[in-house]
Design a protein around this ligand. Structure first.
Ligand code: HEM
Length: 181
C-alpha cells in the first residue's frame, strides 16, 4: 500500500487523538518497515491493520471505526491534494461514478505499483446508487469512510447500508447509498 495512506493515518491520529499516541502506537506496533513512511514508498498493507488494532487497544475505538475515520480524513485530504478530480462535479453519486473509470486509473499512472480495488457502480433510482467493492485486501471500511467523506464534501446526506462477503481471498462489499432530504 502506498506510503501516502500511512502518512495520512499518522496525521489523522495526531489530529483525532494526539501526537504522543501517534508515536506510541508506531513504536509499540514493532513494524517491519520501522514506521518511517514516505508518501511515494510502498509498504505491506498489513502494517496499516496492525496500526489500527494498536490504536484500538490504546483508545477503545474499534479498529473498523479507526479505518473508517482514516477514509473520511483521506477524502478531505484528496480534495486538497487532487482538486482536479473534483472539478465540475457537484454530487457524491457523480463523483463515485468516476473512481473506477478515471480517478484510480490516474492513480495507477502515477503509482504503477498501486494496489487498487475494483468498483462497479449502478444507479438504482434517482436518489439511490449501489457501489460494489472487490479487493484482495480487506479495506471496505476504508471505502465506507471515503464515501462518507465525499458525501460531507458535496453536502449530501446519505444513508449507507453495506453487505460484506469474502471467499477465495477476495473481499466483496456492496454499499447501498440512499440520498435523504
Ligand atoms: C480523489 C479521490 C481518490 C484518490 C486520489 C484515490 C487514491 C488512492 C490511492 C493512492 C490508493 C492507495 C493505493 C495503494 O495503496 O497502492 C487508494 C486505495 C484505495 N481507494 Fe482510492 N482514491 C480516491 C477516491 C476513492 C474513493 C471515493 C473510494 C471509495 C469509494 C476509494 C477507495 C479506495 C480503497 C478502498 C483503497 C484501498 C485499496 C483496496 O481496498 O484494495 N478511493 N486510492
Amino acid at each position: 500500500m502506498k506510503g501516502i495512506v500511512f502518512s495520512e493515518f499518522n496525521e489523522m491520529v495526531e489530529a483525532n487523538y494526539s501526537p504522543d499516541i501517534a508515536d506510541k502506537i508506531i513504536v509499540e506496533s514493532d513494524l517491519p518497515s520501522g514506521g518511517a513512511y514516505t508518501t511515494v514508498g510502498t509498504y505491506d498493507h498489513e502494517e496499516l491493520l496492525t496500526l489500527a488494532r494498536r490504536l484500538s487497544r490504546e483508545t477503545g475505538t474499534e479498529a473498523a471505526i479507526v479505518i473508517r475515520r482514516l477514509g473520511r480524513h483521506l477524502a478531505r485530504r484528496f480534495t486538497e491534494l487532487y482538486p482536479g478530480f473534483f472539478d465540475g462535479i457537484t454530487s457524491t453519486f457523480d463523483f463515485l461514478d468516476t473512481i473506477e473509470r478515471h480517478v484510480h486509473v490516474e492513480v495507477r499512472k502515477l503509482y504503477p505499483d498501486a494496489e487498487l480495488p475494483r468498483f462497479l457502480t449502478e444507479r438504482t433510482d434517482e436518489n439511490s446508487m449501489a457501489m460494489h467493492y472487490q479487493s484482495r485486501r480487506p479495506f471496505a471500511d476504508l471505502a465506507q469512510g471515503l464515501i462518507e467523506g465525499c458525501a460531507e464534501h458535496f453536502g449530501d446526506r446519505l444513508e449507507i447500508t453495506r453487505t460484506d462477503s469474502a471467499a477465495d481471498d477476495l473481499y466483496k462489499s456492496s454499499f447501498n447509498l440512499k440520498r435523504v432530504a
